[in-house]
Design a protein around this ligand. Structure first.
Ligand code: F0G
Length: 458
């Protein structure tokens, strides 16, 4: 069992949580239509639905919140955030947004024309949807190893540079407004990209005259993986590594709810002045004045502090230690996951755990529901509920390669005993896995159905 470095903080404020009785859990999940998204958060004991906006802020962040300048224009808090962005990321211009998808919306609104392609390693689903909403076509060109769950490749988030070149040649640069990459690759298991790969991506895009934007939601975790795994980076600070990553890009979008450790917030940064003018106009229409962009002054303060805290190495060692520890504990029960464990989450292979449940009966959903029944734990199905769809030509159902359940770890929120509780509960479920049954839809909307679908047990 890899012991991991102790939390580099002590706990000053606590939020009580409660384990409902087995009868209460049964009633709650039935009332939720067997969809954990519809549960009341209060009825959950350990909530691993997402690491987005669910982290604990430091007392420095709370103190900064008290200093928020709520001036409509030109607030002190804006300049404080600008200084942090200039220092860590080094882009010439930026606007705050209310969260990551707002930055994606604005970038897509300003740059994507109908029919154009936007390549990436793998777009997160909100990025994918925002590009599509402007008539664009998101394209995923991650390396093939990303689809082999047991392959221990250290940088499984890498983009396939040969595929990228072929793709650009095939569709033509005039049909690509910009290129992207997601660090770390959330849609592919929270896997990092190497600096070598980021540099090659930048060289490729720039070789064709294309601007390069990074989805930087988990940039600090990616930088720390580079420090741990890539030759030549062990002696550099995480901040130096992050700065090098950003030096290759022309801009970035970011959900600050991840590696800025805030409950709400996002960023859009860029170097191109003409595009920045258009970004500001779109921002004013949708979010707010460019110096607050859909947030309060106090939110900008918390973000400015959090951007630095996420780069602290003792914090990152503890954080990546948590996912590695949970993964090792689950392995003791023979549970398979995407390897290596991701930075922010682990992804259980529910198809492997429940081989008797066919994809059409949602093995990932069955495990998610059982995690709630067994221990009031909430995870997120990333399988057929989320992705299965009828083929537009044949009408036949197309199923995803993997039936996963993601356990995302909120930042600075849970302790090792919580992780042990989660591992023991899921381990116990896996031992009686053959008794679990699948589910069927009783209601399913056409788009993004996992959020609001209702189920019945089979
Ligand atoms: N990009 C990545 C890589 C993300 O993981 C997310 C959100 C976004 C963009 C969108 O940011 O939520 O602030 O609008 N991911 C969350 C998750 C929701 O649970 O993985 P947002």
């Amino acid at each position: 069992m890899p012991a991991y470095s102790p939390e580099p903080f002590r706990i000053k404020v606590v939020e009580p949580i409660r384990l409902p009785s087995p009868e209460q859990r049964k009633a709650a999940i039935r009332a939720a239509g067997y969809n954990p998204f519809a549960l009341k958060a209060e009825d959950i004991f350990v909530d691993l639905l997402t690491d987005s906006g669910t982290g604990a802020m430091s007392h420095y962040q709370w103190a900064a919140i008290m200093q928020g300048d709520e001036s409509y224009a030109g607030a002190r808090s804006y300049y404080r955030l600008a200084e942090a962005i200039d220092d860590i990321m080094g882009f010439r211009f930026f606007v705050p947004t209310h969260q990551g998808r707002a930055a994606e919306n604005i970038l897509s609104a300003v740059l994507v024309k109908p029919g154009q392609y936007v390549p990436s390693n793998m777009h997160f689903d909100t990025t994918d949807a925002n590009i599509r909403a402007r008539g664009g076509k998101p394209v995923n060109l991650v390396i093939d190893e990303a689809f082999e769950p047991q392959n221990p490749h250290p940088f499984k988030g890498n983009m396939d540079i040969a595929k990228l070149k072929t793709f650009i040649e095939r569709v033509g640069v005039e049909n690509i407004p910009f290129g992207m990459v997601t660090v770390t690759n959330n849609a592919g298991g929270g896997q990092p990209l190497s600096m070598e790969n980021i540099r090659a991506i930048a060289d490729t895009y720039h070789g064709y005259g294309l601007p390069f934007y990074i989805d930087a939601a988990r940039y600090a975790e990616n930088a720390y993986f580079i420090k741990l795994r890539e030759p030549g980076y062990a002696q550099k600070t995480v901040k130096e590594i992050a700065r090098e990553m950003f030096s290759y890009a022309d801009g970035m979008t970011m959900s600050a709810k991840k590696d800025a450790i805030v409950n709400i917030g996002g960023l859009l940064c860029l170097n191109n002045e003409e595009v920045f003018q258009r970004v500001k106009n779109e921002l004013i229409l949708r979010e707010g004045f460019p110096t607050y962009g859909g947030l309060a002054g106090r939110d900008l303060e918390a973000m400015a502090v959090g951007l630095y805290e996420a780069l602290e190495e003792d914090y990152l060692a503890n954080r990546l230690g948590q996912t590695a520890y949970l993964s090792a504990r689950l392995k003791e029960y023979g549970i398979q996951m995407i390897e290596p464990p991701g930075g922010h989450a682990i992804y259980i292979d529910a198809g492997h755990m429940l081989p008797h449940i066919p994809q059409a009966e949602f093995p990932g959903q069955a495990l998610s529901v059982e995690m709630y029944l067994g221990g009031a734990i909430r995870g997120c199905e990333i399988g057929s509920v989320m992705f299965a769809h009828p083929d537009p030509d044949t009408g036949e159902m197309v199923y995803p390669k993997l039936e996963l359940v993601r356990l995302a770890i909120p930042r600075r929120t849970y302790t090792q005993s919580h992780l042990d509780y989660v591992a023991n509960t899921i381990g116990e479920i896996s031992q009686r896995g053959s008794q679990l049954r699948g589910y069927k839809f009783t209601y399913a909307p056409e788009l993004l159905r996992h959020f609001t679908a209702r189920f019945g047990p089979l």
